[in-house]
Design a protein around this ligand. Sequence first.
Ligand code: ATP
Ligand code: MG
Length: 310
Amino acid sequence: MYMYKVIYRRKPTLLEWFPFFYLILNRMLRIAIQTKGRLNEQSVELLREAGVIIKEEKRKFLMRAANFPVEILFLRDDDIPQTVAMGAADLGIVGYNEVAERGYEVDILQYLGFGGCRISLAVPKNVQYNGLDYFNGKRIATSYPNVLQRFFDEKGITAKIHTITGSVEIAPAAGLADAIFDIVSSGGTLISNGLVEVEQVLHSEAVLIGTPQLCEEKMNIVRQLMSRFDSVQKGYGKKYLVLNLPSSALDEAVKILPAMRSPTVIPLAQSGWCSLQTVVDEKELWDIIERLKAIGAEGILVLALEKIVL
Ligand code: ATP
Ligand code: MG
């Protein structure tokens, strides 16, 4: 399995450049995001949390952000790597799978922690699968022919790759293919089409991509944005915990609580009591709460946490 690795790269042809020339004139930093679809909402949300506000009500193809010196370009996700490679947008938010498939020359600047999925090989559930050799001479339907071809080349498999855009998962039942290579997240679509996932080939999530060789002026804004994205991401899955505790149980509580340095302790007006404040991982939240209650904690508040700036 190869992860986060772009092997296949190509430069856009002059013809592909043509529609973008008018966008390449000198201008402010431009970020391409998906117009609609699975990554749109979280891209807009990430930008909003980083202080780049897009006024949804009068949305256009190209929009100036309200309070940050950037423009947002709304595109189909397929077109984002090419647009960034050409410099018609300086940055893009897109699934790593699209970057790997399209093969344009872009820099992967940051993994963004959403849009997680994998591209996997799946076969009909009634076939006997006993390893990659199964795919030799088979017909595989996919929207990711380049990623698949590279994987097969690496593994020495010779198969017939059929490129299909649209519902790849119905190809085996329709007699068009013996197997598929497609995006999987929960696996529900595979099950409902009588398929089983047999090889996970590429893991993907949304990434921030950039045009190679951005000028220093734009790079400064990019660094600022990336540091804001980082703060937002650090807040994902975290909660802020506030509680009251008998001071005698403080040492015990400090052992239970994780904290960025150590928990904040504030004395209460009532003597012998203190208030503790700290950041906890949502996954450990209930376990921590139960252990704190067992040593006398009360008045426990769990608050949403937006960003962590270290
Ligand atoms: P567009 O109209 O912009 O071309 P699309 O239909 O090609 O959109 P979407 O289905 O909106 O694409 O998916 C966008 C991205 O979301 C994918 O490229 C992938 O990175 C990510 N993703 C996460 N989970 C899934 C999933 N279960 N199915 C498809 N894509 C997923
Ligand atoms: Mg698409």
